[in-house]
Design a protein around this ligand. Structure first.
Ligand SMILES: O=C1CC=C(NS(=O)(=O)c2ccc(-c3ccccc3)cc2)CC1=O
Ligand SMILES: [Ca+2]
Ligand SMILES: [Zn+2]
Length: 164
């Protein structure tokens, strides 16, 4: 009421599209990392994510470098910023970009695409950063074992306050 807008999408069924793939990883591994990054959030909310292969999806996912397209945010070459995502909304809203100048990996060396994706999707769903060291939405990348990286209670509280 009175112009108060909820920070979320206002609906639970969202679509996503992987617009292009990084040459650092097998396509199947990219698909899996993205799907797992989304599942981190759908497991604790009523959110569903449907993959589309053409046209415009809510969450358009792409690997980009430096100045790219009409995106108002730029990448900075290797290291530094790894990715960025826009909060829920039309057009650029929800879109998530990964810096192709990074070494994306499924495990071990480089940066875990799954971990960074899970973090960025938190933004694409309306979350901001957490000051809880153990939170997925903590501003600094922590290279923990991606498979054991659970959401912290802070992450769960945050996402359920929007989509609970
Ligand atoms: O809003 C911002 C601003 C700065 C960012 N820096 S980043 O791309 O290097 C980044 C930092 C931390 C993470 C991360 C944090 C916790 C767990 C997993 C990844 C992901 C990306 C990422 C980001 O989403
Ligand atoms: Ca970078
Ligand atoms: Zn972030």
């Amino acid at each position: 009421q009175y112009g108060y807008t909820l920070p979320g999408w206002g609906r639970h069924n969202l679509t996503y599209r992987i617009v292009n793939y990084t040459p650092d990883m097998a396509r199947a591994d990219v698909d899996e990392a993205i799907q797992s990054g989304l599942e981190v959030w759908s497991r604790v909310t009523p959110l569903t994510f449907t993959k589309t292969f053409k046209g415009v999806a809510d969450i358009m996912i792409a690997f980009r470098t430096r100045v790219h397209g009409r995106c108002p945010r730029y990448f900075d070459g290797p290291l530094g910023v790894l990715g960025h995502a826009f909060p829920p909304g039309l057009g650029l809203g929800g879109d998530t970009h990964f810096d192709e100048d990074e070494n994306w990996t499924k495990d071990g060396a480089g940066f875990s695409l799954f971990l960074v994706a899970a973090h960025e999707f938190g933004h694409a769903l309306g979350l901001s950063h957490s000051n809880d060291q153990t939170a997925l939405m903590f501003p600094n990348y922590v290279s923990l074992d991606p498979n054991k990286y659970p959401l912290s209670q802070d992450d769960i509280n945050g996402i359920q306050s929007i989509y609970g």
